[in-house]
Design a protein around this ligand. Structure first.
Ligand code: HEC
Length: 410
């Protein structure tokens, strides 16, 4: 009642009639009266009862509401929205293959289709019901009629509005009297109560509406801006976990390293490389001139060496080992002046080089040649040297190396 206005000057005088209210004792009387009013052709009238009265719709001539059709339309719109949204996001705008599953399939998308159908249908039912019933209706002239309070208890009422085109005070009253009500009362128009929604409710609705747009605005902003910081995590996922990365500073340890060094006295299984000859090409600090006893020199080793040489050495040193591989040729062509050509592996200096030193060259590299130890297992390095020795023999061959029969063939 705090919203009531002071009566204004122009409102003075008795208020106009809103309608005629008839009161009945039983539902049957109300039904009978309703049929009469319906047949008289009134359109702006209503009945009020403490509980639903069976057959009142028919007695009043109320047609079926169009609400179900509106809800059906909303549900189908929700369904179409779900199909379009999922197809557009998953199969069209941002196709993302998960375990070879199809980008678009009906069964996988049914939950959202169901949800949006129900959501659109439900929300529309609520809003359309309010609109169709002219709600919210914060004030009504009947609110001020004392006897009308019994409409919630044990009495049945019928109201014909004065705004009805068929309404005529005396004729309508006569019609109502003929239905034998226990009372008939003229209901005056209510000029005191505002029929507007309380401002508090209006402001709350506006604020809620504006706030519901905030998440969408934030999502839109995130699409067009960049940030180096991770997104706000209300629930900590595993994509952002506190940890120290290798090579980073770590205050937990006194040496400040994140990566822990292996204990200097420990050796991993199979890593105890005591055989200097095989693993380092050395014997008491001097380069060895023989192949290690554990390395079997046979045809298989030679073929293996040829193959590995082809893979690892020819790009620079060439198939003949003369230092004319593809990399060397290309570097010559570019002629940038910073290139150190690969050595000719068949010249005398390398021919006289101890196998241990060549082994060391392959393992650790030399001057401008990179190390190949990490890529080629030790036994393969020895096989490569075996093949290299054969290459050198081919280059430094003398006529005396040939069998007498072969010599005559030249
Ligand atoms: C990326 C190119 C490249 C590859 C691949 C390469 N080398 Fe070399 N190698 C060089 C260069 C360049 C030199 C000369 C380095 C210098 O004198 O600075 C060289 C030098 C050498 C020498 C002479 C070392 C010395 O002390 O003079 C030997 C022996 C040798 N390479 C063997 C090999 C073997 C065996 C392979 C295959 C496992 C190989 N290289 C693969 C570029 C290569």
């Amino acid at each position: 009642m705090s919203d009531s206005h002071e009566p204004q000057a122009s409102d003075s005088g008795p208020p106009p009639l809103h309608g005629l209210l008839a009161e009945y004792r039983t539902p049957a009387e109300l039904l009978r009266a309703s049929k009469k009013v319906r047949d008289a052709g009134f359109s702006r009238w209503d009945t009020f009862s403490p509980f639903p009265v069976h057959g009142i719709d028919k007695a009043m001539g109320i047609k079926m509401t169009i609400l179900p059709w509106i809800v059906l339309g909303a549900g189908l719109t929700g369904l179409a929205t779900a199909i379009l949204l999922q197809w557009w996001t998953n199969a069209y705008d941002y196709p993302w293959l998960v375990s070879g599953k199809p980008l678009w399939s009906i069964p996988a998308n049914v939950p959202i289709m169901f949800e949006l159908t129900v959501l659109f249908g439900g929300v529309t039912t609520f809003i359309a019901m309010l609109v169709l019933n002219n709600l919210p209706f914060p004030s009504h002239p009947l609110d001020h009629v004392r006897r009308f309070a019994r409409a919630t208890d044990d009495r049945f009422f019928l109201l014909i509005e004065a705004a009805d085109p068929k309404f005529d005070e005396t004729d309508t009253r006569a019609l109502i009297d003929a239905t034998h009500p226990i009372a008939v009362e003229g209901v005056p128009e209510d000029r005191k109560t505002s029929d507007k929604l309380p401002t508090g409710i209006i402001y709350s609705l506006v604020i809620v509406t504006v706030m519901s747009a905030v998440p969408f605005a934030l999502a839109a902003k995130a699409r067009y801006t960049k940030s180096r910081s991770t997104r706000v995590h209300i629930i900590q996922d595993m994509d952002s976990q506190p940890k120290y990365k290798a090579q980073r500073e770590n205050p937990v340890f006194s040496d400040g390293r994140s990566t822990r060094l292996p204990d200097p006295e420990t050796v991993a299984v199979g890593e105890l490389r005591e055989d200097d000859h095989f693993w380092r090409g050395q014997d008491h600090g001097a380069w060895v001139r023989t192949f290690p006893p554990t390395f079997r020199v046979d045809e298989a080793a030679m073929l293996r060496g040829q193959q590995r040489f082809g893979i690892y050495c020819t790009p620079c040193h060439g198939f003949g080992g003369e230092g004319n591989g593809m990399v060397a040729k290309r570097a010559d062509e570019l002629a940038q002046g910073t290139w150190t050509p690969p050595s000719n592996l068949t010249d005398e200096r390398i021919r006289n080089m101890p196998v241990g030193e060549i082994f060391n060259t392959i393992t650790n590299g030399v001057r401008n040649m990179p190390a190949y130890g990490p890529q080629i297992p030790a036994s393969d390095r020895w096989a490569i040297i075996l093949y290299l020795r054969a290459l050198e023999r081919g280059h430094a061959g003398k006529i005396a190396d040939l069998e007498p029969a072969e010599r005559t063939g030249l």
